[in-house]
Design a protein around this ligand. Structure first.
Ligand code: XLS
Ligand code: NI
Ligand code: NI
Length: 446
C-alpha cells in the first residue's frame, strides 16, 4: 500500500502520523516494536502472513456505552447535520486511521458504513452511496476490504432472530440486508463475506422448533451463496461461531458444531469458519483449540483477533496481548499454510475508560505486535526447534508395520487382539507436557 498518509477533507487524528517500526528497544507508544510489514518470515512478509484488518464498528461507531451508561468517547466525525454527512465524515476518519496505522484491510457491517433506514429503498440508496465513497477512499489509500457483513441483530425486528425467525416476514426482511451487503462487498472487492449468528439461536426451548429454525438458516445461507456466486463473488463465505450472547443458545456454538452443520447441509464447499478468540473461550475451549478443529476440517478461513477476560463470562472483545495465545494461533495457521484470502480482523474495542484518540492506535499496535511476535516464535518452533519432531515421534508407531496398516484402514479387531497378546503390556510413554511448555517459553524468550 502507499506510504503517504491519507487525510480527507479534515484531519481527525492530528498530531499522529504514519506509525513507524522502531524495534524492540523503542519506548515510543506510537511505534511498532515487532511488526515490520516488509520483514520476511519464511517465504512471506509479515504483512502477507498477517493480513490485518481494522473493524469499522468498534473503532469508528461504538463510543464505549455499556448497560450502565452511555459512551465515553466523543467522535469529531459524528457531528454532521445529516446521517449521510456523518457517515461520510466517519469514512474519512476511518481511512485516515487505517492508513496512518499501515493496516492493509478493514471490515464492516452494512449499517456501520451507511445509515440504516426502515424504508428499504432508502436503506439501499444509503448503502450504495457509501459504497461509492468507500470505493474512492480505497483507491486513494490502497486499503482493501477483508470482509463485509450485514447487521441482522441490532434492529428490534430481529429480536427473535433473522434467518431463524419464526416469522417468515422477518426472514424476508433479513434477505434485503444480506443481498445489499453482499453486493456492497462485491462492489468493493471484498475477499470474504461473513455471517455471525447474531440472534440466530433461542432463549426458551418451550416456544422453539429448533430443527425448523436451523433448516431455515441452512436454506437462507444457500440462497445467499447462490446470489453471491451469481454476482461474481469468488471469495469465501464465513460462519463465525459463538456459543451464547445475545441468545442463551446460539446455533453456531463452536467450530465443531459449525463444521457439522455445513457438512449436513452441503455448504462446506463455499463456507469456511471465521474464528474469534473470545467466542472460542466462551464456548469452553481455548482459541487454539477452535482454530485447530476448523483447520483439521479444512475449514479455517479467517480470524477475529481479540481476547476475553478470564474472570468474565461474556464477550469483552479486548485487544489481543497474550503471547501464548498468539503463538498457539500462529502454530495452527502456519501448519495449514496461511489464512489467505482470510486475515486477522481486530474485532476488539478499547476499554470504556480509554477515552483518548491515541488509545485506538496503541490498542492496534499492541495487537499487531503480539501477533507478529506469535508469528516469529511459531515459525521458529516449526522450522528450527525439536517441536515437530517430538510430536511426530509420539505417533511413530502408526507410521510403519501393523500401526500403519491400522491407520490405513486395513486391520481388524481380531488382528489387534493377536498383536496385543504377542507384545505384552504396553510400555509407559510420558506425554512430556512440561518439556513442550518449556520449549515454548524458551523460544518466546529468545
Ligand atoms: C459479535 C461478533 C461480530 C461479528 C460480525 O460477537 O464478533 O462482531 O464479528 O458480525
Ligand atoms: Ni465477538
Ligand atoms: Ni467477531
Amino acid at each position: 500500500m502507499s506510504t503517504s498518509v491519507y487525510i480527507g477533507a479534515k484531519e481527525y487524528f492530528p498530531g499522529i502520523g504514519r506509525i513507524p517500526f522502531e524495534g524492540r528497544d523503542s519506548d515510543n507508544p506510537l511505534a511498532y516494536k515487532v511488526y515490520d510489514a516488509d520483514k520476511r518470515v519464511g517465504g512471506k512478509t509479515m504483512a502477507e502472513h498477517l493480513r490485518f484488518a481494522v473493524a469499522y464498528w468498534h473503532s469508528f461507531c461504538a463510543t464505549g456505552h455499556d448497560p450502565f451508561g452511555p459512551g465515553t468517547r466523543v467522535y469529531p466525525w459524528d457531528a454532521g447535520n445529516t446521517p449521510l454527512a456523518r457517515a461520510e465524515a466517519k469514512a474519512d476518519a476511518a481511512f485516515e486511521f487505517i492508513t496512518k496505522l499501515g493496516v492493509p484491510y478493514y471490515c464492516f457491517h452494512d449499517i456501520d458504513l451507511a445509515p440504516d433506514a426502515d424504508d428499504i429503498a432508502e436503506y439501499e440508496a444509503n448503502l450504495q452511496h457509501m459504497v461509492g465513497i468507500a470505493g474512492e477512499r480505497q483507491k486513494a489509500t490502497g486499503v482493501k476490504l477483508l470482509w463485509g457483513t450485514a447487521n441482522l441483530f441490532s434492529h428490534p425486528r430481529y429480536m427473535n432472530g433473522a434467518s431463524t425467525n419464526p416469522d417468515f416476514a422477518v426472514v424476508a426482511r433479513a434477505a434485503v440486508q444480506v443481498k445489499a451487503a453482499l453486493e456492497a462487498t462485491v462492489a468493493l472487492g471484498g475477499e470474504n463475506y461473513v455471517f455471525w449468528g447474531g440472534r440466530e439461536g433461542y432463549a426458551c426451548l418451550y416456544n422453539t422448533d429448533m430443527k425448523r429454525e436451523k433448516d431455515n438458516m441452512a436454506r437462507f445461507l444457500t440462497l445467499a451463496r447462490d446470489h453471491g456466486r451469481s454476482i461474481g463473488f469468488k471469495g469465501n463465505f464465513l460462519i463465525e461461531p459463538k456459543p451464547m450472547e445475545p441468545m442463551n443458545h446460539q446455533y453456531d456454538f463452536d467450530s465443531a458444531t459449525v463444521v457439522g452443520f455445513l457438512r449436513e447441509h452441503g455448504l462446506d464447499k463455499d463456507f469456511k469458519l471465521n474464528i474469534e478468540a473470545n467466542h472460542a473461550t466462551l464456548s469452553g475451549h481455548t482459541f487454539a483449540h477452535d482454530l485447530q478443529v476448523a483447520s483439521d476440517a479444512g475449514l479455517l478461513g479467517s480470524i477475529d483477533a481479540n481476547r476475553g477476560n478470564p474472570q468474565n463470562g461474556w464477550d469483552t472483545d479486548q485487544f489481543p496481548t497474550d503471547l501464548y495465545d498468539t503463538v498457539g494461533a500462529m502454530l495452527v495457521v502456519l501448519r495449514q499454510g496461511g489464512l489467505a484470502p482470510g486475515g486477522f480482523n481486530f474485532d476488539a474495542k478499547v476499554r470504556r475508560e480509554s477515552s483518548a484518540p491515541e488509545d485506538l492506535f496503541e490498542a492496534h499496535i499492541g495487537g499487531m505486535d503480539a501477533f507478529a511476535r506469535g508469528l516469529e516464535v511459531a515459525h521458529a518452533l516449526i522450522e528450527s526447534s525439536p517441536l515437530e519432531g517430538w510430536r511426530q515421534d509420539r505417533y511413530a508407531s502408526f507410521s510403519s508395520g501393523a500401526g500403519a496398516e491400522f491407520a490405513a484402514g486395513r486391520s481388524s479387531l481380531e488382528a489387534l487382539r493377536s498383536l496385543a497378546l504377542a507384545q505384552g503390556e504396553p510400555q509407559q510413554r510420558s506425554g512430556r507436557q512440561e518439556r513442550y511448555e518449556n520449549l515454548i517459553n524458551q523460544y518466546l524468550l529468545r
